[in-house]
Design a protein around this ligand. Sequence first.
Ligand SMILES: [Fe+2]
Length: 240
Amino acid sequence: MASIAKATAPKGAALKNAPAPAAKKTAAGASSNGKSIAGGNVGKGVGSNAVVDIQPRLNQQQHAPSPTQRYGTVSQRLPIGLEEATRQESVTMLNQLLADTITLRDMYKKHHWQVVGPTFYQLHLLFDKHYEEQAILVDAIAERIQILGGVAVAMAHDVAELSSIPRVPRDREEAPVQVSRLLDGHRILLENCHDYADKADKSGDDGTNDLIVSQLIRTNEMQVWFVSEHVVDSPLIQAE
Ligand SMILES: [Fe+2]
């Protein structure tokens, strides 16, 4: 048993009279055990911590240098095999489609919130579904612009200036009026799509042509179909 007692003796016992190791002082004045050292340069006020400087550097936009890239310019940085003139034309077209698609997307959400009447539930769900689909198109267009070396339009005030879809009033409107506005927006967007797809095809920008034809035209035509059938003048309870 004596051997067991010896083996279980406290490990620190042999060091009882040894001098304590000196605390390792950091450059900022704190010990390695995390406790501050009296008289060290630890901070000037309660709760301050000079050891880790994690203070965000705010308001940098007030002293901003020139932007990384100006809107309207086209960089040739990415080697995608397209001429500068082709990229420039495609970026201009895509920014127009982007502004119109953002506008249409947001019109769908407005109508999703404000729709009223006997078809409320159907239109409420349909408008939100179309909003989500338009949001996917927005991202696809914007990323295509960046791939081409352009700068995608993004903020609401810039979109409002650029969009070719007429301004929608803030008021709550009847469902048929909402539907008519949406169909008008789709028509404007699709007319531009057909024009731009043709131009992208002629300039050799196959990626832009494919985006417009395969995603924008297909999605918008499908949405036109779903929305249009809601305003067909058809009796609900008696066949004519
Ligand atoms: Fe919702």
